[in-house]
Write a protein that binds this ligand. Structure first.
Ligand SMILES: [Zn+2]
Length: 466
């Protein structure tokens, strides 16, 4: 006797230790999730998660990097869970035209040629790659860049109703100017901006890694407040929009009402309008509402057997009619009873800058992992006509890609980078914290793409106030 018993005992002991480690990881993750909930503001729209994404890539980072992969999700209904980082392994081979671009970009990326083109990195001051990635995407946003470099924003600074009294936008403006200065040298420090961001949204305090899309939402909202042209709060309109109006007029009225209190260059550039239609399956009554959106959070449909997953599949899944039944049954305004209804979305008003968020992280089950599926999206000519409301008029909504915020790794150990197309010379670069390197546009299409920035063709001339 003895030998076998001892083995068993040892085995049980190992199992026990593993369980304890697992428990610690789970409790730790949960506690951080709870902390994330105690935030100053709440983001209204769908899709944003409370994930904490730990950054391993930042060279200057040392603290708070728990060993990844401790908590595994069940995997049900998820096409592929986070595996080892597949950096660029899915990138398509470069084509002839792109090679030329790349070679040219390389030739032009000496220190001198970089000056004045915003090709400057951002220092990682402790798990800030999520912020750096988003800042570089915004830095290459033409309409924002013009607004800052021409100092137009100065006259819009709202020091009356904005909680930050303009300090957030000013700090952002200074940073952008530094990135684009003709005598810029070396990576820029974001400490001044970061401290303003922390004042505006304390949840971004400290040095823990955050979700880039969530950060973008907060940040744009803060920038908007700081340059909101509405400096005295208007009396709220309490009456409903007349239901008998044609959809186009309803939409226009909803938009006018929105602009009464939210009116800034940020809104001009980034905000669109979504139409949601609720149809009663019993009496056929349609209830239509129009809401502003700052980005589109698209699901990644799983279970596709043939062919690559394309952005159009995600857009179809987003606009597809769904049935609300059981506990979800809404009350029909005509039947005055809870009825089975169908619900669908379409785009009523197309923004100048369209931000598309690929839902790679589950908003509810954060231990589920990350979808590393490659979504193929076009660099040019993304046509959103199929997803427009019927009432849509004017030129067809076509978009060109100019920036991508990327996440590599797992939800627990990841790193953010960005691919951006320079608004001046049209060349693509990869931004990895303090490093900037020439890239091809095609390399922006990867399984790491997380937040896509598209600019509408025709630029600012498309701007309409309805
Ligand atoms: Zn009904």
């Amino acid at each position: 006797m003895g030998s076998n018993d001892a083995k068993l005992l040892f085995f049980q002991y190992v199992l026990y230790v593993l369980w304890v480690v697992l428990l610690i990881v789970v409790v730790y993750g949960f506690a951080i999730g709870l902390l994330a909930n105690v935030s100053k503001k709440s983001v209204k729209s769908t899709g944003s998660s409370q994930l904490r994404l730990y950054c391993l890539g930042g060279l200057d980072v040392s603290a708070s990097t728990p060993s990844g992969g401790g908590a595994k999700g069940g995997g049900r209904g998820v096409t592929s869970l986070a595996g080892p980082s597949s950096r660029r392994s899915l990138a398509t081979p470069p084509a002839d035209g792109d090679d030329d671009d790349l070679a040219q970009a390389r030739r032009g990326s000496t220190a001198d040629a970089r000056n004045g083109l915003g090709l400057v990195g951002l220092r990682n001051i402790g798990n800030t790659c999520f912020m750096n990635s988003v800042l570089q995407c915004l830095s290459n946003t033409r309409v924002l860049l013009d607004y800052i470099r021409k100092d137009t924003y100065q006259k819009d600074i709202n020091n009356v109703t904005s909680s930050m009294k303009g300090a957030l936008f000013k700090a952002f403006g200074e940073l952008i100017k530094e990135l684009w200065a003709s005598d810029s040298s070396g990576p820029v420090n974001t400490a001044a901006l970061k401290s303003q961001i922390q004042r505006f949204a304390p949840r971004f305090m400290g040095y823990s890694q955050q979700d880039a899309q969530e950060f973008l939402r907060y940040f744009l909202e803060g920038l908007h407040e700081d340059v909101n042209r509405v400096t005295s709060k208007p009396k709220p309109i309490t009456t409903d929009i007349e239901d008998s109006l044609p959809d186009a007029e309803k939409a226009a009225e909803a938009w006018r009402r929105y602009l009464r209190s939210e009116d800034s260059l940020i809104v001009d550039a980034f905000v669109g309008q979504l139409k949601s239609t609720l149809k009663c399956t019993h009496c056929g009554h349609c209830s239509v509402t129009f809401d502003p959106f700052w980005d589109l959070s698209l699901p990644l449909p799983s279970g596709r057997n043939s062919g690559a997953l394309r952005l159009s599949h995600c857009l179809e899944a987003f606009t597809k009619e769904e049935t609300l039944d059981g506990d979800e049954k809404p009350k029909c305004a005509k039947c005055k009873e809870r009825r089975r209804c169908t619900k669908s979305f379409s785009i009523q008003r197309f923004p100048q800058v369209l931000v598309i968020h690929l839902k790679r992280f589950s908003p509810l089950e954060r231990f589920r992992g990350k979808l590393n599926t490659l979504v193929e999206f076009p660099l040019e000519g993304l046509d959103l006509t199929p997803y427009a409301s019927e009432a849509q008029s004017g030129p067809s909504p076509r978009y060109n890609l100019y920036a991508v915020s990327e996440h590599s790794g797992t939800p627990y150990s990841g790193h953010y980078t960005a691919h951006c197309k320079n608004p001046i010379d049209g060349r693509w670069h990869e931004y990895n914290d303090s490093r900037v390197s020439a890239a091809s546009g095609r390399s922006a299409v990867s399984a790491e793409a997380y937040v896509l920035f598209y600019e509408r063709e025709g630029g600012s001339s498309q701007r309409s106030r309805l």
